[in-house]
Write a protein that binds this ligand. Structure first.
Ligand code: FAD
Length: 258
């Protein structure tokens, strides 16, 4: 996890916000919208800490990537509910009107401008790792420097393909975008199936994207579970992709969720 914090000036350490909408994709996956404090600034790829009451006078805090955009009056998050997880248990019955605490600091280095200029942006996600890419794709002009955008979202079940309608519609209006969903545990639910690293290793993903994965032209963002990010780092290293270091642009960026 990248932990650099930037405090939004003139705001207290945390504020209490109100839930404005809850969209339940499945019993264990939801999008949460909360109102946004005046003066709260961020960029696509940043994450914040959300807090919920837990116990008599305690709170549980967890990091969540922002799905919404600067121009939105509200903040949006894509959140999985983990059985037995402290935050998940506190979040399970969340409804509009409920309070949620929000850190005033924004965190992270999973920021697309850290990548050196390239021709094709590969946005690779497992599960809720999709969130930062939705924020990027919703931000007008954010990806203007690319000729091709390839978004790959891997989930277990088709119902977990959050934002699918929005992304399919975007791929129609922005012909640079190829949206490639992968469903791993429902045979026939998507054109692609299997783990993303394996689909890259055997050339299947490049074939479906109609684009080679090449460090000379490709820039890669990887967000999701630790097995995925670890395997992708090894695979991309072997193909001569270069990590972004503070102050030095590279050709690959990672965000690991646990
Ligand atoms: C930088 C960063 C950004 C994050 N952004 C998001 C986000 O946008 N959406 C989101 O749902 N979570 C995100 N997480 C994970 C999140 O902070 C919590 O860990 C998660 O919501 C579970 O919290 P919990 O208290 O219920 O369970 P915990 O006790 O914190 O976690 C229990 C277990 O759940 C599993 N787990 C944790 N997160 C996930 C996940 N996202 N998908 C599948 N399994 C998971 C792990 O095995 C973990 O050990 C992010 C984590 C980091 C470090």
């Amino acid at each position: 996890m990248n932990t650099l914090a930037t405090r939004n000036a003139d705001l207290p350490r945390s504020t209490t916000q109100t839930v404005t909408a809850v969209r339940r994709w499945t019993d264990t996956l939801l999008s949460l919208r909360i109102d946004r404090p005046d003066g709260f600034r961020f960029s696509p790829g940043h994450y914040v800490k959300l807090g919920l009451p837990a116990g008599a006078d305690d709170a549980v805090w967890r990091p969540y990537s922002i799905v919404s955009v600067e121009a939105d009056d509200e903040l949006e998050f894509l959140i999985v509910l983990i059985p037995g997880g402290a935050f998940s248990e506190a979040l399970a019955g969340i409804e509009p009107g409920h309070p949620v605490m929000l850190s005033s600091s924004i965190f992270g280095f999973f920021l697309e401008p850290q990548l050196s200029p390239g021709d094709t942006l590969w946005m690779l996600a497992t599960g809720t790792g999709l969130g930062p890419y939705v924020s990027l794709l919703r931000t007008p002009g954010a990806l203007d420097r690319y000729r091709r955008l390839i978004l790959v979202h891997s989930v277990r079940l088709a119902a977990e393909l959050a934002y699918r309608d929005e992304l399919e519609a975007l791929a129609v209006t922005d012909t640079r975008l190829r949206y490639l969903p992968i469903v791993t545990r429902e045979a026939g639910a998507s054109a692609l199936s299997g783990r993303i690293p394996a689909l890259i290793a055997d050339g299947t993903l490049a074939q479906h994207a109609q684009t080679p994965l090449d460090p000379a032209t490709g820039r890669v963002m990887v967000c999701g579970n630790p097995d995925f990010t670890t395997d992708m780092r090894a695979l991309l290293n072997a193909r001569d992709f270069v990590p972004c270091r503070r102050g030095n642009a590279g050709s690959m960026l990672f965000e690991k969720y646990w």
